[in-house]
Write a protein that binds this ligand. Sequence first.
Ligand code: FES
Length: 218
Amino acid sequence: MAEVTLTIDGQTVTAPEGEKLLWAAEKAGIYIPHLCAHPDREPPFGGCRLCYVEVDGWSKPVTSCTEPVAEGMVVSTRSERVDRLVRSGFELLMSVHDLDCKVCPAKRDCGLRLVSRKTKVKLRSGTLPKLDRGLPIDESHPDIGMNPNRCILCGLCVWVCDEQVGAGVLSFAQRGLDTRLTTFDSEPLGAHDCPTDCMRCVDICPTGALYRKAPPTP
Ligand code: FES
């Protein structure tokens, strides 16, 4: 595949034609916040709205997970407009996320904490009121727990379960502010025949909404 050369934050980067800016930057060691993207997820979901960048000569910032590289492109991962968009996008995500870090299994692997650390946007800014969803936690599956109150609707688990594993167990229900993570038929997770030792939904979840249950004490 042909390669293109572009500039990201003053660094010369080469990338295969068609590759999205986010992955070209990541391979070059340049961090762009992102929570809903995966290199194999095509078309990109573009839901978390954290991966904005500026491109010289373009009138407004674009999401780097959806924008392919182009020859000669000059990209900035930081600007006043980008920082403002990332801050408001992150605050919006955090306004629906239950911040229970002390007991959350994601702990050090938490994608939200990584974004917060890298962008210096606090996990809880106080700008937006916390929406208390109070959704039921599903612990019916022998190995996997599901806490939709931690879910930020990145859709990675639904994508991996459906398109990568082919199991189609997970889904979203309802719309708008009421959208929540559930199973495709809204039955408890334990009622479904997940392929044994799959755990790909757990491994890909950036927020601890899907988690490994502790083994039962003997
Ligand atoms: S990573 Fe681009 S919108 Fe989520």
